[in-house]
Design a protein around this ligand. Structure first.
Ligand code: UDP
Length: 359
């Protein structure tokens, strides 16, 4: 079994089409997984909502209505399934086609795939992409974690620690194709903010900070919550912000690499924060709240600053000290800790281990 070429069935997120930005960091993680596993000679089929794009990789496109994002739900909410659910339809495809694969990989943060796990004949590797959000989902994830030890992957320990089943989580981190991010030793007088524009990302604090410093903030990412975005603009009419839209990785890194720092202002326990390592790869220091994944990534005082959570003054002080950070050290950290190859090794070993446990 060990080191053989695997046939993997990859089930995407049901909250939007791949390439739309609605899936957040999961889209990049899934893209990286496909690139890296193909390169290693594994065979993959990606199943995703209709309209999904994954470069030149074929996708089995599934019709149906999107799932409500878990971040918009409160802890005690029940599970909601829409009519003609794309999640249900994707898993029906998996049920019918499972025998052609060695392993199923699930990246959907949803109750249903966990619930369905014992009904499948093939093993399922579940990659959980966010911290604890809903009690009903936590409960189902926890049952599967205990029943099938070793099958639950997460990004970071901070993320795992949000769950009652933390001891069953296998931390896999993240990685990026460093060749797609160009290093820049110098920067314009500008800051960057990247990500889905939604309340859990706390964009308003970054805007409040630049209102005080007067340094332009370039905002890039999908507007997921339009009312929230309008409110920020109304509350800070004089802040020096520029919204550039949701950009491709190539266009995004062209903007980011010319910035003095990336500002991360998560209100929630960010599971990882792919944007942090993308900025570091460009030689751009990261200023983040000391919370969740970014706190495990940023080396305070060396590759950025970790600021007291929810402190705009803290962000301002960090921005004022940004010239003390060596941009080469940032790129260096991305190269030594977040290469796609290192991450691919961890993912591949995880898959082999799950299959070995079944033998
Ligand atoms: N992103 C992008 N274009 C943009 C802004 C962001 O492709 O204009 C991507 C970015 O590369 C990252 C993702 O959006 O992969 C955000 O992921 P992150 O892990 O930071 O947060 P999440 O959305 O998963 O909470």
């Amino acid at each position: 079994m060990l080191n053989k070429s695997l046939k993997l069935l990859i089930l995407s997120t049901p909250v939007g089409a791949l390439g739309s930005g609605l899936g957040g960091g999961v889209e990049l993680t899934l893209y990286n997984l496909v690139q890296e596993m193909q390169q290693r000679g594994h065979k993959l089929t990606v199943v995703a909502p209709e309209g999904s794009k994954l470069d030149n990789n074929p996708v089995v496109e599934i019709l149906g209505n999107y799932q409500i994002t878990a971040q918009t739900q409160s802890l005690d909410n029940p599970i909601i399934m829409p009519m003609n659910s794309v999640l249900g339809n994707m898993w029906e495809y998996a049920r019918q086609n499972q025998h052609e694969y060695d392993l199923i990989f699930n990246i959907a943060y949803d109750w249903l795939p966990f619930y369905l796990t014992p009904f499948f004949e093939k093993a399922i590797a579940h990659f959980i992409s966010m911290g604890s959000l809903m009690a009903a989902t936590d409960e189902m994830m926890g049952k599967i974690a205990a029943k099938y030890p070793g099958t639950i992957g997460v990004y970071t320990q901070s993320q795992a620690d949000t769950f009652p089943f933390a001891q069953y989580c296998h931390c896999l981190g993240s990685g990026i194709d460093l060749s797609l991010y160009e290093f820049s030793a110098t920067a314009d007088t500008a800051l960057a903010w990247l990500g889905r524009i939604a309340p859990e990302k706390g964009l308003e604090d970054a805007v409040a900070a630049v209102e005080k410093t007067g340094i332009k903030l370039k905002i890039m990412g999908k507007v997921q919550d339009e009312a929230y975005w309008q409110q920020i603009q109304a509350n800070y009419p004089n802040a020096p912000i520029e919204y550039l839209g949701f950009l491709s990785t190539s266009e995004m890194q062209k903007q980011v690499r010319n910035c003095q720092a990336l500002i991360m202002t998560p209100r929630w326990i960010e599971a990882f924060g792919n944007v942090a390592i993308e900025a570091l790869a460009c030689g751009v220091p990261v200023i983040s709240y000391h919370r969740g994944g970014p706190a495990e990534i940023v080396q305070d005082g060396k590759t950025g600053y970790l600021v007291t959570p929810d402190s705009v003054e803290g962000l301002v002080a960090a921005i004022e000290s940004i010239d003390e950070i060596d941009r080469y050290a940032c790129r260096q950290q991305a190269e030594s800790e977040y290469s796609l190859t290192a991450w691919g090794d961890r993912m591949e070993q995880w898959f082999y281990r799950i299959l070995a446990n079944l033998d």
